[in-house]
Design a protein around this ligand. Structure first.
Ligand code: ZN
Length: 95
């Protein structure tokens, strides 16, 4: 939106359409970005857990190849509270 919008045009929005945090053009953009952020945090946590469980990357890959990603995820989730870690990480906002 430029500074030259006609303030007497009924279709002009003088107040910048934005989101609740003000960093996005719309609330929809904001929501999408937050979702990406959640996904990013999840990835970071999962990677940290997997690195912790499998210091040897070759071992991790062999394990994943043997049991499949879904089974591996389920098995590890029973050993490690992945959901709680993600929630914690999201809350802290950084790792
Ligand atoms: Zn925002």
């Amino acid at each position: 939106m430029s500074g030259f919008d006609n303030p007497f045009d009924p279709d002009t929005k003088l107040h910048r359409a934005g989101c609740s945090c003000g960093r996005h053009h719309s609330q929809a953009d904001h929501e999408a970005d937050m979702k990406n952020e959640d996904a990013r945090v999840s990835r970071v946590v999962e990677s940290a857990v997997m690195r912790g469980l499998f210091p040897d990357d070759q071992m991790r890959r062999n394990f994943l190849r043997a049991v499949g990603a879904g089974t591996a995820m389920a098995a590890i989730s029973t050993l490690f509270p992945m959901g709680a870690s993600k929630a914690l990480a999201a809350e802290k906002g950084k790792l």
